[in-house]
Design a protein around this ligand. Structure first.
Ligand SMILES: N[C@@H](CC=O)C(=O)O
Length: 313
């Protein structure tokens, strides 16, 4: 029975202490709060929002364990699998299983971003990772404007492989979205389709089973509602949620680069009362002066306040 991600899968940040170590107390606060929200189906760690590739291998495994422990194992943890070679990625997945991960989000091999991929290579990556680790896998579709975006045939072949049960789609090209999502659905009705278009979720909400997003760190309650509205094909309700979120979306995701979004997410969590500060690891840099004040104003405008559940404090 495949893991059910038909709802919200936030990609939690990795909190750090002010001197740069992984902050396990903050992971406990963040994970237990997110995991307590109805509609949250998994926590996806070690992705971009989680600064996964900025952690040592030992820290990566500790982070998986800590997020599993934060919900007493009730909410499955999905681990980002990011190593460049198939063999190294497969071993990474195997260790993630040992640390308690229930599924893996497989990133494209980094070099493909610059050079593109050989036909068949992405399929071999998923196959080798699954064969070595047995970890159920999520197909990760990168944006159309990168060379690591998979054409439809490649996606269909990966989606049909043993062990692949979901896709996280961030293609950011609606022409492709409108043809490729229906084609994936028609070929594999059981494939779980998740959008990750953090910076403009609304247009994708009516075709998906859920969201796998960094945005889920800071406004999980409203995103769960947005998913429900999308599934009900209730455009006015979805649009109203989008409008309410807009100041936050603009201040977190409509920034200079998507990388800044991760830093902004941490400021968002400061506003929610989950983090005390927004320390990140380089090459991420602090946001320009004043951004924290603008983010706080955006949360106030959207009427998103501090978390009050006892699990979080
Ligand atoms: N929304 C982003 C998050 C990065 O992992 C994406 O499109 O993948």
């Amino acid at each position: 029975m495949a893991l059910d991600l038909r709802g919200l899968s936030p990609a939690p940040v990795t909190p750090f202490t002010e001197d740069g170590a992984v902050d396990f107390d903050a992971i406990q606060r963040l994970g237990s709060w997110l995991g307590s929200i109805e509609g949250v189906k998994s926590l996806v760690v070690l992705g971009h929002a989680g600064e996964g590739t900025f952690l040592t291998e030992e820290e990566q495994l500790d982070v998986i364990r800590a997020f599993v422990a934060s919900t007493d194992g009730r909410v499955p943890v999905v681990a980002g699998i990011t190593k460049e070679g198939n063999k190294t990625a497969a071993l990474e997945a195997k260790k993630a299983v040992e640390a308690g991960a229930s599924a893996g989000l497989v990133y494209p091999s980094h070099g493909w971003l610059r050079f593109g991929y050989q036909k068949g290579a992405p399929q071999s990556r998923y196959k080798e990772i699954y064969e070595e680790s047995g970890l159920p896998l999520i197909l990760f579709q990168y944006p159309d404007n990168t060379k690591a975006t998979y054409d439809l045939d490649t996606q269909l072949e990966i989606a049909g492989q043993e062990g692949v049960f979901a896709t996280k789609n961030g293609v950011r090209n609606m022409r492709r979205w409108y043809t490729e999502i229906p084609a994936l659905r028609a070929a594999y009705p059981e494939l779980q389709i998740l959008s990750c278009h953090d910076e403009y979720l609304l247009p994708t909400m009516f075709d998906v089973d859920g969201l796998l997003v960094g945005y889920g760190n800071i406004a999980p309650e409203l995103l769960v509602e947005l998913i429900e509205a999308g599934k009900a094909q209730d455009y006015p309700r979805a649009h109203a949620i989008h409008e309410r979120l807009l100041p936050v979306t603009q201040n977190v995701y409509h920034r200079g680069s998507h990388m800044e979004g991760t830093v902004a997410l941490k400021w968002g969590l400061v506003n929610r009362g989950i983090l005390d500060h927004a320390t990140v690891r380089t090459p991420l840099l602090p946001l320009p002066e004043g951004a924290d004040i603008e983010i706080a104003a955006a949360f106030a405008e959207a009427n998103i306040g501090k978390v009050t559940t006892t699990a979080a404090v």
